[in-house]
Design a protein around this ligand. Structure first.
Ligand code: KIV
Ligand code: ZN
Length: 502
């Protein structure tokens, strides 16, 4: 029987902690549910000791997600392990993931610990975690720049203390595939008891080799891959889940392994992460990029029309990219609308479905044809309940190349209405300034992007406004409209609303 490779998703921990990718509670739960739909084996839901917000989000995920093991990260410190356990204790299946660095540079300069002290800490803290939880993972941070014989000692210690999974991360993305495989083979040959535990890889992408290194690890005996949707993560990111999984599936002939992932949920997961974080993937990104299945050259198109296998090694349907079966418009009813959303992989609760349908009808009045990307934009733009503190009521902009721009913005907050005017060099900045006056907060615009979601003159624009309020963490606001100024104002207000519910 084929060996099964466990997929350990760390989008909500290593991914979420990278700059510009932070998510609020509702967003984390939505992502965790999508990871469950993907049939991810383990969800690393966060780092409980890092903040009360992280701990609460992990606990909410443990309460709401049942198909996957829920894991929290913890340093080799008792209070971290206590926090990790408190956050996951209600999960149907729980894991504590504790880690300590083992490379000379980390031990000397970061930990200020001797190798013997590191061994002692691993023995104590893995055993401490084991008192709470049967499933304990231990990671040797910066394992790929650690002395191999020392690493064997560390891992033997962790196994004796009760670790059930050992992770050999490439924390700084330094490895090349053959070198990583050789490391795994050495550890397997020289670590007592290693045959009784699961071996895991966790590769960073600094040299662009995170996926290749993960696959080399699998060939050398790794049974768990740690990865993130779209490869988001610290610096150059982590190994991308969709690339690892589709490589294992497409080259089953070579790897001879299987995994439990429901690949038809991949595209939806990728779109969800792009929408929530505002971090888009490149068009050429394997598996989920806009061009991943597009055949532009005439000779390729001809080949694909004759037989798809000429230029396609996997089908778009296998990763959940929808076929354009029906196009919706002004006369489409709720049934067709709901049906198409379902085909795109969205099962919305009644409240969100009602709101999205309302927006669909409004859009259909402006646009002749509503395509899948329009629908995805609508779903992503409808706030989940509790997220709408301020809503845009109306705006008036006066702008031109020979005048100072002015904006008058009116927003609603519950039953109250607020209106303010502001001026600036450009219309969007004037609008943002007027909103700042209404909110009465010091709002800093950290990043702003505007792009077209669909093609044609009546395309919808998507604006992403990354803002920080009075020195807060950056929050990502998103707005969609056929009017670029309206999309921008909505994005800014959406960011402010998210700040208030965080
Ligand atoms: O990159 C790394 O080493 C990590 C560990 C905490 C597993 O993220
Ligand atoms: Zn990492």
């Amino acid at each position: 029987m084929a060996r099964t490779i466990r997929i350990f998703d760390t989008t909500l921990r290593d991914g979420e902690q990278s700059p510009g990718c932070s998510m609020n509670l509702n967003e984390k739960i939505e992502v965790a549910k999508q990871l469950e739909a993907l049939k991810v084996d383990i969800i690393e839901a966060g780092f409980a000791a890092s903040s009360p917000g992280d701990a609460a989000a992990i606990a909410a995920i443990a309460d709401n997600v049942h198909g996957s093991t829920i894991c929290s990260l913890a340093r080799c410190v008792e209070k971290d392990i206590d926090a990790a356990w408190n956050s996951i204790r209600r999960a149907d299946s729980a894991r504590i993931h504790t880690f300590l660095a083992t490379s000379p540079v980390h031990m000397q300069y970061k930990l200020k610990m001797t190798p013997d002290e590191v061994i002692e800490s691993v023995a104590h803290n893995v055993a401490y975690a084991k008192k709470y939880c049967e499933d304990v993972e231990f990671s040797a941070e910066d394992a790929c720049r650690s002395d191999l014989d020392f690493l064997c000692r560390v891992f033997e210690t962790a196994i004796k203390a009760g670790a059930t999974t050992l992770n050999i991360p490439d924390t700084v993305g330094y490895m090349v595939p053959e070198e990583y495989a050789a490391r795994i083979r050495y550890l397997r040959e020289h670590t007592e008891g290693i045959e009784n535990v699961i071996l895991s890889c966790h590769m960073h992408n600094d040299l662009g080799m995170a996926v290749a290194n993960s696959l080399a690890g699998v060939e050398a005996g790794i049974n768990q891959i740690e990865c993130t949707i779209n490869g988001i993560g610290e610096r150059a990111g982590n190994a991308s889940m969709e690339e690892c999984v589709m490589a294992l599936n497409t080259r089953k002939d070579l790897f001879g392994v299987s995994c439990n992932i429901e690949t038809r949920q991949i595209y939806r997961a990728s779109r969800m992460i792009q929408t929530i974080t505002g971090v888009s993937v490149a068009p050429t990104k394997p598996i989920v990029g806009a061009n991943a299945f597009a055949h532009e050259a005439g000779i390729h198109q001809h080949g694909v029309m004759a037989n798809k296998e000429t230029y396609e090694i996997m089908t778009p349907e296998s990763v959940g990219i929808p076929k354009n079966a029906i196009v919706l418009g002004k006369h489409s009813g709720r049934h067709a609308f709901e049906e198409r959303l379902r085909e795109l992989g969205y099962t919305l609760d009644k409240e969100k479905l009602d709101k999205t349908f309302e927006k669909f009808k409004a859009l259909a009045d402006k646009k002749k044809v509503i395509k899948d990307r329009d629908l995805e934009a609508l779903v992503g733009a409808v706030p989940v309940s509790g997220e709408e503190r301020y809503t845009l009521d109306r705006f008036v902009i006066n702008s031109g190349n020979t005048i100072t721009s002015t904006a008058v913005i009116r927003v609603k907050k519950g039953d109250e209405t607020f209106e303010r005017a502001a001026v600036s060099d450009g219309p969007i900045n004037a609008a943002f300034r007027a909103i700042n006056k209404i909110v009465g907060k010091d709002v800093e615009l950290e990043d702003y992007t505007l792009r077209s979601m669909t093609d044609g003159e009546d395309a919808q624009a998507e604006a992403i406004a990354k803002i920080s309020i009075e020195g807060s963490e950056i929050v990502t606001g998103r707005g969609v409209s056929t009017d670029v100024i309206e999309a921008s104002i909505k994005a800014y207000i959406n960011g402010i609303n998210k700040y208030f519910i965080d």
